[in-house]
Each structure stands twice: as C-alpha cells, then as structure tokens.
Write a protein of this length. Structure first.
Length: 240
C-alpha cells in the first residue's frame, strides 16, 4: 500500500523555487529518508506536506489528495510533523506536553490516552523519570525524545521527522536513531529528513538525495550507502 506519494511537487518562496518537481513514494511501515546539504529544500518539502506552505503539483496521503485537507484535518488523519525546532512548551511539564500531543484525539476515551502515555514512558524511560519537570529544563537529547513522544501521542500513520539529530552529542544521536528503528517495528511509518547521511541511510529502507531542490539520486538505502557519489559527498569516504 502506498501511504504517501508526490508527483512533480514544487514549492517556492516568492519567485525563488526551493523545491522543483519532486516525485517520491513510500509504503506503510517503512522508513524513507531524504538527505542533502543545507538549503537543498528538505524542510520546505515537509512544510508543504504539512500544509504550512502552498505547493504546485500533486501530493496524496492514504489515497487522497492532501490539498483537500487543512492542517488540523491532516493531523487527525495521522500526518504528524516533528519540526527541527521541536516546538515544545518550555514552561509546561513533560507530562503536560505529552498529553497535548493527544489533543486531536480528545474524543477518545481517557483510558486509551493513558495507555499510550504509558507506552511513551516505556519507550523513553528518561521522560518517565522527568514527567513533572518543565520541558525547558531538559537536555537537548531529552527535548528531542519529548518531541518524538508527543508526536506518538497523536497516533501517527506517518511521522515526519525534520533533522532529529541536529545539535545532539554522538551518543545521543545513536540513541535517537535506535528509537527511530524501534518505531518501525511498532508499524510507525517515518519520513526522515537528515544531514547525518550515514545514520539516516543505515536506518532507512529507501533514500532520496536532494540537491538544490531536485532529486539527484534515489534507491534502496543500503545501495546508496555504497554509491560512490554519496560516499564522497555525504559520508566523507573515498569512492576508490
């Protein structure tokens, strides 16, 4: 089943084209990554899918055109974005931030939401330890875990992650990617935007390389890891 697809999707800032005719497809239960340098258009692409920017072309989620739905409707259908800035409520506690993640499910039984809250605490034990602590006092890695946990409270069908490893220490980056791989085992589909190409390709099923708003390479992630151009440009390795 194709969960998300785009055909010739373009996004611009005024007359400046940030993304040009992107066509991608991903199935349910998969991790797909888009790698590329700063300014390639990766974050812009996610913003367009989420409804934060207008686009030209076609985008479908779960078989329906995305432009039929506003942002709130996309969230209710299970399209969830964790932005690079994480957008936490710094003065609120960890538990309050997590419960806000379930706002789109406010019609659900409270028992179901509590069950998901405990699942998040099981997945992120540090958040359980700090559940009463203000989000603004957490470390960078803990804030990223909280952003992921809050997104999971919305029961995403597709979780879009924008640079989840940005600014984190290497040991925390490994932990974040371990959790991302674990989410796939929980049948959470993930569209992953990353500059850490090695970690992204080691985790993903399929990858796209985006440069100056256009896809220049695509293929199974394991193949891209061994592609000479990717090795030289993004992995810091010699192609010889």
């Amino acid at each position: 089943m194709t969960l998300l697809s785009t055909q010739n999707l373009s996004v611009g800032y005024g007359k400046i084209a940030a993304v040009r005719e992107l066509s991608i497809a991903m199935g349910a239960g998969k991790i797909v990554t888009i790698i590329g340098p700063n300014g390639a258009g990766k974050s812009t692409f996610l913003k367009a899918l989420m409804g934060l920017m207008p686009y030209q072309g076609r985008a479908e989620f779960m078989g329906e055109p995305l432009d039929r739905h506003d942002i709130q409707a996309r969230v209710r259908r299970g399209l969830i974005l964790v932005p690079e800035t994480r957008e936490l409520f710094a003065q609120m506690s960890v538990s309050d931030n997590l419960e806000l993640g379930a706002f789109s499910r406010r019609a659900d039984a409270s028992a179901a939401i509590r069950k998901d809250l405990e699942r998040v605490y099981t997945l992120f034990p540090r958040l359980a330890e700090r559940r009463k602590q203000a989000a603004g006092t957490l470390s960078g890695g803990e804030r990223q875990m909280l952003a992921l946990g809050r997104a999971l409270m919305a029961q995403p069908r597709l979780l879009m992650l924008d640079e989840p490893s940005l600014g984190l220490a290497p040991i925390i980056v490994r932990e974040i990617f371990r959790i991302i791989a674990q989410l796939r085992e929980m049948n959470v589909s993930i569209l992953l935007i990353e500059q850490n190409a090695r970690a992204a390709l080691q985790t993903a099923d399929y990858g796209y390389v985006l440069e100056t708003g256009e896809i220049v390479l695509s293929g199974p992630a394991a193949e891209l890891l061994n592609d000479p151009r990717v090795m030289q440009t993004y992995l810091g390795a010699s192609a010889s």
